[in-house]
Design a protein around this ligand. Structure first.
Ligand code: NI
Length: 174
């Protein structure tokens, strides 16, 4: 496995519409493993292939919800590999939340996202899958899917900030 370099704003490659994945070969499996390794090293909770210079419709996500109470055990992280993902359903309800992005270092912003959604995608081995998500996971998925169409959260943000250290607890870096 290998750590990949993150492409950062304003690199024009972040603005391309990524191409569908067609081959589910060994190379793709290595790329996916490298994306997980790179995302964990940063650390981030999601990564889209264009962020490491691969114009492919592929995202990886690994995110653990906060425990419900302070004493509750930390929930296990949910892990997704979404290949050629498409949103097939999204809630009318929108929610505002703070986002950051590994490709836009040093900033966070307030973004409106659908509260819940259903995504149709392929697995890393090319099998169809359907993912239902709400809350933070739904937000992460929408943020990552945007990367596949050349959209950054700063395009959608109603406000953008340079976080002061105490804000770091709310920072979600994708
Ligand atoms: Ni991002």
């Amino acid at each position: 496995m290998a750590l990949m370099e993150i492409v950062t704003f304003p690199d024009p490659s972040l603005r391309l519409k990524a191409k569908p994945v067609k081959k589910f070969d060994k190379e793709l499996q290595t790329l996916i493993d490298d994306m997980f390794e790179t995302m964990r090293a940063e650390p981030g909770v999601g990564l889209a292939a264009p962020q490491i210079g691969q114009s492919l419709r592929l995202i990886v996500i690994e995110y653990a919800e906060e425990p419900e109470t302070e004493d509750a055990p930390q929930p296990k992280p949910k892990r997704y590999v979404l290949v050629n993902p498409e949103i097939v359903q999204s809630s009318e309800e929108m929610v505002e939340g703070m986002e950051g992005c590994l490709s836009v270092p040093g900033l966070i912003g307030k973004v409106d996202r659908h509260e819940a959604l259903t995504v149709k995608a392929l697995t890393r081995h090319g099998k169809p899958q359907k993912v239902k998500a709400d809350g933070w996971m739904a937000r992460i998925i929408q943020h990552e899917l945007d990367h596949l169409d050349g959209i950054l959260y700063i395009d959608r943000a109603s406000e953008i900030y340079e976080p002061v250290p105490e804000d770091e607890t709310v920072e979600i870096t994708e």
